[in-house]
Design a protein around this ligand. Structure first.
Ligand SMILES: [Zn+2]
Length: 411
């Protein structure tokens, strides 16, 4: 072994990807932003022990445990691990997650999620047994924590055309399409058995051409009431204006998309959303992707994308809770830079975007321990290059990501 190879081996050992149980390590000399609303520590140090934050403060004031492995954070900013509340594990690389080799699944998770800083994601509809298998293995892989909405529900005869095309008519016809509130409630109980943390309702759907599907209000209400009894969060694919209305009136918690087809959101509608404490996952880059896929004429393309952005602008300006969500897994774009750029262009500043990535989704998913860095809390951390306060796109320049203190990505 040459000297340089020995050097490499030492580096690999020191930066080794897996954290051993009980390991103590230190991330030092980074800017630390413990939450979007906090003042940063310009030169901060975080001590991690057994997957939790053992100490956090200005470098020099934090006692470094003897023999602890040290990671140099200079030039970067440490943030709470990011959430993406709209992902799918439907790509081939996640198939047969129960048996797929660990390194293949880890590579897929790094590529799609943890290299973007995501330490918790919400799967809004994939093949539920597969997501359950992946969720179970995630802690031993380079994957984020996985929450799921389990089995999706559709309007009667209203499975979206893209789902129908992807799965074929026989499978599409067999997807859950509850006819009554009681049937919807029974499906929610199935989600509970799967360990789901939420419920996904396709309230307004596109069936091709000018045809649309709409879930009955009574079905939305039946699902939402049972979900809330069980402590689950209700996500809706809104689609049309009627879909948005049924989501709002039916007790949905989170709109999983903006809805360009629904036109501008009026102050009256925003007021009803506010009264219902609704949150919104904008998925703005999705609209650009869909317009490109459809090869839409320039004027339509521009108007569609702009309408989604204006809905976000109105919702955020009204004080609405925005949750970062991209629909990655359905769209091929994995980098978050386009979504962050579009959110910023819709009027959200770095604090608002950071809150949508951290504290807002943690609170919405009833996780009191994540979304901010605190001593005693889980060490879900992202180290980004530069300073997001000066340049919002720094949020997408991820150097390293840790889930419960374990390194799951490093550039
Ligand atoms: Zn989706």
């Amino acid at each position: 072994m040459s000297a340089s190879m020995r050097g490499l081996a030492v580096v690999v050992l020191l930066t080794g990807l897996g954290a051993r149980a009980g390991e103590t390590w230190v991330l030092e000399h980074a800017r630390v932003l413990s939450r979007a609303s906090a003042a940063p520590i310009e030169d901060g140090t975080v001590v991690v022990r057994d997957g939790r934050i053992a100490a956090l403060g200005p470098s020099g004031s934090v006692r470094l445990p003897a023999g602890a492995r040290r990671v140099d954070g200079r030039g970067g900013t440490v943030l709470p691990g990011f959430w993406n509340v709209h992902v799918h594990f439907t790509e081939e690389r996640f198939a047969d997650a129960a048996h797929r080799p660990a390194e293949a699944l880890s590579a897929a998770c790094r590529d799609m999620l943890t290299s973007r800083g995501f330490t918790t994601v919400v799967d809004l509809g994939s093949f539920p047994p597969n997501t359950v298998a992946l969720r179970k293995r995630a802690p031993s892989l380079d994957c984020p924590r996985i929450l799921t909405t389990g089995v999706s529900m559709y309007p009667v005869g209203g499975v979206p055309i893209y789902v129908r095309k992807a799965l074929g008519d026989a499978v599409a016809d067999g997807l859950p399409q509850p006819r009554t509130g009681a049937e919807a409630a029974a499906l929610v109980q199935e989600d509970v058995r799967l360990g789901a943390r939420g419920v996904k309702l396709f309230v307004g759907t596109w069936l091709g051409g000018s045809k649309t599907g709409l879930m009955d209000l009574a079905v939305v209400q039946g699902a939402a009431a049972e979900a809330h009894r069980r402590g689950l969060v209700v996500f809706a694919h809104p689609g049309s204006a009627q879909g948005v209305a049924h989501a709002v009136d039916g007790g949905v918690d989170v709109l999983a998309h903006t809805a360009p087809d629904a036109g501008p959101w009026t102050p009256e509608l925003l007021g009803r959303m506010r009264a219902g404490h609704m949150a919104l996952a904008p998925t703005l880059s999705l609209w650009r992707v869909e317009m490109d896929r459809a090869q839409a004429p320039a004027e339509l393309r521009e108007r569609f994308i702009r309408t989604g952005a204006e809905q976000l602008r109105a919702f955020a300006a009204d004080g609405g809770e925005v949750l970062f969500g991209t629909d990655v897994g359905y769209i091929p774009e994995q980098d978050a830079d386009e979504e962050v750029g579009r959110m910023a262009a819709a009027g959200m500043d770095w604090r608002a975007v950071l809150a949508s990535l951290t504290s807002a989704p943690a609170r919405r998913m009833k996780d009191g321990t994540r979304g901010a860095l605190a001593v005693g809390g889980p060490a879900d951390l992202v180290l980004v290059e530069g300073d997001p306060r000066a340049e919002i796109q720094a949020l997408t320049h991820v150097r390293s990501t840790w889930v419960a203190g374990k390194s799951v990505f490093t550039r």
